[in-house]
Design a protein around this ligand. Sequence first.
Ligand SMILES: Nc1ncnc2c1ncn2[C@@H]1O[C@H](COP(=O)(O)OP(=O)(O)OP(=O)(O)O)[C@@H](O)[C@H]1O
Ligand SMILES: [Mg+2]
Length: 288
Amino acid sequence: MTKCIAFHSYKGGTGKTTLACNLAVSLAKKGKRVFLLDLDVSAPSIQAYFNKEPKKWINDFLLDTADVGDLAIEMTHLIDNDHASKSEENVGKLWVGFSNPKKEEIYKIEGGKEEISKMQLLRKFILLREKLISDYEVDYILMDTSPGIRYWSINALAIADILFLTLKMGDLDIDGTKKMADDIYGSLAKFGAKPYLVLNRVAGFCMPNNTLNMSKEESDSITHLLMQQESDSNNRISKLVGMDVITAIPCYCDIQFSRKEFLTILNHPNHPFSEKINRLAEENTIKV
Ligand SMILES: Nc1ncnc2c1ncn2[C@@H]1O[C@H](COP(=O)(O)OP(=O)(O)OP(=O)(O)O)[C@@H](O)[C@H]1O
Ligand SMILES: [Mg+2]
């Protein structure tokens, strides 16, 4: 059965886009059929990770000037599918639906003269999900959304089976997150959606073990201490917000300070970030 996962957060810049893009590639590399949707229609940014200039966009679908087939951009070539060693049903596929970052296109769907009714939009979102399931036989639909309680995000959350609420550590907004968890996630959970916390940019892992001239025992005990701290802080946040933590991803300077966004999972498959993402892709709770 298809799993539809939405990445959302109360504050901006928590890593929704980065995590959605990398998880989409990881799942496709594992042989899944994946459709990634940029539903952050007010500030689209998935394009930065895929360097693609589509002819049709999610905007066109929402405005009824394109079908799902027009906005589906196949990106399977990015994955190293070893066809020879895999049966056809185990070959991963990746499609991406991009949102148009042009100001006038955003304005068109955000209240310009072609304004579409809210009910019509929700129907479009439901139709999009149905079409991806029937026409593309996808295992996963991953949706990147806008931060906060915005109309667009709520639509995406409404069609999701799993909600990943990302939190940027060091800049926690527990109150806002808790409020959103109570008001929105709580209601959606009543209809069967499963919400989880995704802690991102967790501090404490930047210390290079080998430059400190530590013995193996010292290095192991520091790693153990950091893991203990991580687990304590996960439990504390989980209790405060009232949601389980599905993963905690450290902050990596090479990702944070890179001038251009990139897909770590492809560029650096052995990077600890990629390992975290691969582990998330194998979590029982999201398995299809
Ligand atoms: N684990 C990480 N370690 C280091 N940098 C990270 C990590 N995750 C994300 N980043 C960086 O943090 C920045 C914000 O990430 P991203 O754009 O994915 O957040 P977002 O939640 O989608 O933001 P917005 O709400 O504005 O759409 C990016 O520069 C990204 O490369
Ligand atoms: Mg984003």
